[in-house]
Design a protein. Structure first.
Length: 346
C-alpha cells in the first residue's frame, strides 16, 4: 500500500489512543484507523471533546465508504465500472461526486497533455501491478490497447451529469486522483464538526487541518524512495495543507533485476521512466496534489518543475534517480534535507 509519507511529530505525541480519548484534556489525540481504498486510512483528531471527535470520525468513515463504492474498479459494481461497461455505447448517469472527480481528472489530462490520463485502466489492468497476476505484457498486447488510452474520448455532459467513453473497450481508472478527493472530503467533515486540529493519512496522501496544538507547523517526513517505509530524506513544514507523493516504490514488481512500478506513461504503455523516483506535491486541495504528483512523475524533472512553477500556490519536491532533490521556490524555507546521501540540486 502507499505509505510513502512518514509522519514525523518532532514533538512527542501525547497519548495516541486507538479510538478513544483518555481524558477531557485539549491535548488528547483521538485516533481511528479505517481500511478502505486499498489502504489504511488514519484519522487523528486533537480535541478534548471525545463525543465530537467520534461523531466526526464516524461521518468520515461513512463518506470514505460512499466514495469508494462509487469510484472503485476493484469491486463488483460502481459508477466507474458502469461507465466502463458502457464504453462505446451509452451515456451513464452518475453522482455529482464522480462527475466532479472525472471532470478534474480530465482537466489534469488536458493540462499535462495526456501525461496524466484517466483512461489508462486497460493498460493498468494488463500489467496487473499490485495484484498477484502482475507480469510484463508482450509488446503486441500493449500495442493492441494503447489506442484506447485517450482522455479526449471521455465525454462529459454537465447538464445531465452523464459520462460516456467514445470507444468500446475504453475504461476509466481514478486511482491517481480519488484518494486526494477523499482526503478533501474528510477534512470538510472534520471542519463541519468544529474540529480545528487534525491529521489524516490516506496511505501516504496526507491532509492536515490547522497547525499543531502548540500553533507550530506539522512536520511531515518525505519517504526515502530507496529505503524501507518510514525512513525519510527530508522534512517539510505544513499548516492546513495537503502533501502527497507518488513514487516507484509504492506498488511494483521486479523481473530480471528491473523494477516495474504502477505509474504508467500513457504514451508508451510502460511504467514511466522519466528519471524521477518520487514526486511530492504540497498545496491546499488534496485532489490537486494527488493528480499532480502522478503527473509530475510521468512528465519528468524539466516539464514537471515548469508545470508546478506555473501553478499558483502549488509546490513540489522531486527526487531523481541520481539522488538529487529539486524543490520549487515557494517551498525552500519550509524544506529541510535530513539525509546527506541525497543532494539538494537547486
Ligand atoms: P498515484 O501516483 O496517485 O496513482 C497511481 C495509480 O493511478 C495507479 O495505480 C493507476 O491506477 C493509476 N495510474 C497509473 N498511471 C497513471 C497515469 N499516467 N495517469 C492517471 N492514472 C494513472 N487498491 C487495492 O489494492 N484494492 C482495492 O480494492 C482498491 N480500491 C480502490 C478504490 C478507489 C476508489 C481508489 C481511489 C483506490 C483504490 N485502490 C485499491 C488503490 C489504487 O488501486 C491505487 O493503487 C492507488 O490509488 C494508487 O495511489 P498512489 O497514490 O500510490 O499512486
Ligand atoms: Mg496520485
Amino acid at each position: 500500500m502507499k505509505k510513502n509519507i512518514s509522519l514525523i511529530f518532532l514533538i512527542t505525541i501525547v497519548s495516541i489512543l486507538s479510538g478513544c480519548a483518555n481524558n477531557k484534556g485539549t491535548n488528547t489525540v483521538i485516533k481511528e484507523e479505517i481500511y478502505a481504498l486499498g489502504t489504511v486510512i488514519q484519522i487523528q483528531i486533537y480535541d478534548g471533546d471525545e463525543d465530537k471527535a467520534k461523531k466526526a470520525i464516524e461521518e468520515s468513515a461513512k463518506r470514505i465508504q460512499e466514495i469508494e463504492n462509487k469510484m472503485t474498479v476493484n469491486q463488483e459494481k460502481s459508477e466507474v465500472i458502469q461507465i466502463n461497461e458502457n464504453s462505446g455505447k451509452n451515456f451513464v448517469q452518475i453522482s455529482p461526486d464522480t462527475f466532479y472527480v472525472i471532470e478534474k481528472a480530465k482537466h489534469y489530462s488536458d493540462l499535462t497533455e495526456g501525461a496524466f490520463d484517466l483512461t489508462i485502466e486497460p493498460i493498468v489492468k494488463l500489467w496487473g501491478i499490485g495484484t498477484e497476476h502482475a507480469r510484463v505484457p508482450k509488446q503486441e498486447e500493449i500495442d493492441d490497447l494503447l489506442d484506447l488510452v485517450d482522455y479526449k474520448d471521455v465525454i462529459l455532459d454537465k447538464n445531465t451529469q452523464q459520462v460516456k467513453l467514445n470507444k468500446k473497450g475504453q475504461a476509466i481508472d481514478l486511482g491517481a486522483i480519488a484518494k486526494g478527493y477523499t482526503g478533501d472530503e474528510v477534512k470538510k467533515i472534520l471542519k463541519e464538526n468544529g474540529i480545528k486540529t487534525a491529521f489524516v493519512n490516506l496511505g501516504g496522501n496526507v491532509v492536515t487541518l490547522g497547525s499543531k496544538l502548540d500553533g507550530s507547523p506539522w512536520r511531515i517526513g518525505v519517504q526515502n524512495p530507496l529505503d524501507e517505509r518510514g525512513k525519510h530524506i527530508a522534512v517539510i513544514e505544513v499548516v492546513d495543507e495537503t502533501i502527497v507523493t507518488s513514487g516507484n516504490y509504492e506498488r511494483y514488481f521486479m523481473e530480471n533485476g528491473k523494477r516495474y512500478h504502477h505509474i504508467i506513461d500513457p504514451k508508451t504503455g510502460y511504467p514511466a521512466e522519466a528519471g524521477i523516483i518520487s514526486s511530492t506535491i504540497v498545496t491546499d486541495a488534496s485532489i490537486d496534489a494527488d493528480a499532480l504528483s502522478t503527473s509530475v512523475y510521468v512528465l519528468g524533472l524539466e516539464k514537471g518543475m515548469a508545470l508546478i512553477e506555473s501553478l499558483e500556490n502549488v509546490e513540489a519536491v522531486i527526487v531523481t534517480e541520481d539522488k538529487k532533490i529539486y524543490v520549487t521556490s515557494g517551498l525552500k524555507d519550509r524544506f529541510k534535507l535530513e539525509n546527506e546521501e541525497f543532494q539538494l540540486a537547486n
